[in-house]
Design a protein around this ligand. Sequence first.
Ligand code: KG4
Ligand code: ZN
Length: 338
Amino acid sequence: NPEVFILAIESSCDDTAAAVLQKDKVLSNIVANQLIHNQYGGVVPELASRAHQQNIVPVIDAALRKANIQKEQLSAIAFTQGPGLMGSLLVGSSFAKSLALALKIPLIAVNHMHAHILAHFIHEEGFEKPTFPFLALTISGGHTQIVRVNDFFDMTIIGETTDDAVGEAFDKSAKILGLPYPGGPLIDKYAQLGNPKAFAFTKPKVPGLDFSFSGLKTAILYFIQKKKLENQNFIEENRNDICASIQYTIIEILMDKLKLAVKETGIKQIAIGGGVSANSGIRNALAEAENKYGWKTFVPKFEYTTDNAAMIGIVGYQKFLTGNFETSSVVSKARIQF
Ligand code: KG4
Ligand code: ZN
């Protein structure tokens, strides 16, 4: 059995990413962020596809160079089939198809949501892999899901957001406070200096394991408007406490549902992923739950948790092992089920 080298391409949203894996080891993991969207306060799909067009060749070149791999050595090409923005997905899939055809190697389609979860199986010094079954909490600017993972490709969504993603809740709250996009990391920064109990925001009542964050955003907006009527400088004078209270509420919402999921499934292994997993408050809450409830939690290396191609590569490698390949007639899917 010769060496296996997988080239992976991710272009589902606003990051153009490519990675080279040698089996489950990452040789290179390159991401070109599209800063253009920051001035619009969110991702502009049309601009995203154009930027992918410009970035894709240099990003793939950089990934191969960094890995010190010639394209002729590649065993297969994996790409993100969906979910995501159609115009963005098409750039990655078209490139993957052409290159696989030219090199006469297998083409592998990857579900982006599988990838966020299976990123935990990338071989990385100092990081432990979960064992099946486990619960995955995927939290980012685009996703909020609790998934019961029975095996690599046997998983079911047991809870998800009915409106905004948790990252959006952070970013939209930050916007109300006049902070620049994406505001999640800034809320986290100020929250660490504030009192989480300073202000109380009501948590939404959503049945089962589903989430809702749009009500919280509205509650925060009304709260700020009211306080500013009393004191023009309310935000400036209370920034740390406001951020700490918002973050505390969001984390309570996530932890309440996780506790319920553990209770319902009896599974105590929790693997988190997505950009919001960088949040210091959620990390503290998970560490506390390990001690208090005997959970075992897994957080991947940060570069594998935000949108990246290494996670596409690890799914690609799993599918390579079972010969789960596509023909070039495979289509991108903006929405895709598990
Ligand atoms: O996974 P990601 O990089 O991109 C996708 O959305 O797919 O996640 C970005 C999201 C943004 O909403 C950002 O504000 C949020 O993750 N985020 C954070 C933190 N770091 C990133 N939210 C709260 N605290 C953080 N430390
Ligand atoms: Zn993602």
